[in-house]
Design a protein. Sequence first.
Length: 320
Amino acid sequence: MKYVYLFFFVFSYFINQAQEVILSLPLKHSDILTKLYYAPDKRFLYTVSKDLSIRLWYINDSRCVRSFSGHNAEITDIVANSNHTILYTSDISGIINQWNIQNGTILNQYKGESAITFIYLDKEKHWLICGQKNGTLIFLNSSDLKPIKTLHIYPYFPVKILKSKEPNRYYIGFSLLTDTTQKPVIEKGNIQLYDIEENKFFPLSTNSENITTIVYSPDSSKLISVSAENKIIRIFDTSKMIEEINLKVPFIPSVAFASRNNKMIGIGSAENNKVKLFRNTGQEIMTFNIDSGTIVYGEINYDITRVHIATSYGLFKIYD
């Protein structure tokens, strides 16, 4: 059996922003990695693999403290609650599992009608929000996974949701499921601001390309949209709700990440080992190749001198 090892470097800006400490963790799976997720307290790390396993690692002493097994299809997303007692995971068969992190058992399960595209935990409202490939957005009670509200937005389907700083509002990125003559529920625009109290969508843009993902900058002042369809990256100012710049990359993009001061963004390729760095003005800084695999996680260190990249083949390296 082939094993994939991830040598992961953890930096002390989670604890002390003035100094970097490097710690090597051998994180082992029997297939390639698809996701890497920090627990809310930054002391633990989750890895997700195509072997359908999820593993929890304690960073300080390099221990795998828990392995979660309960999915029979590719895992699409993962999120934990604030006090790190409950874990939620989803897959392409429509399953969402709620786990007890302490003992690794499944507490509750939700079975959707279609592949789950993402899950998002609204900690204030105690909702678990999920998107489905059949064009629905579902709000679940985070304690028992019982449905609270369902939105039908066919022929679009939601690919990612982010909570706005404004109360009761969410940014949602969409892709078109299929060409149809049916009148869509939402107005034209691939990123929408949804007001749950008014039950209305407000387009952030009039762009029509399919969205792959949307991410916030660390302070949530910028929203970055990624489209694999036309290889366009767009950066929006969330306070003014306007598009500031757009970039076109020569590869199919899959991962986007920003520096803490919003002066730099990184874009990773889904089809090869390239990563590009840009200034917030759109000027390209550099392109570099990672050693093997494709990017699954990226971050820019606190003083913007290094980029940390985790790949599907289990490598995690620092690039100056």
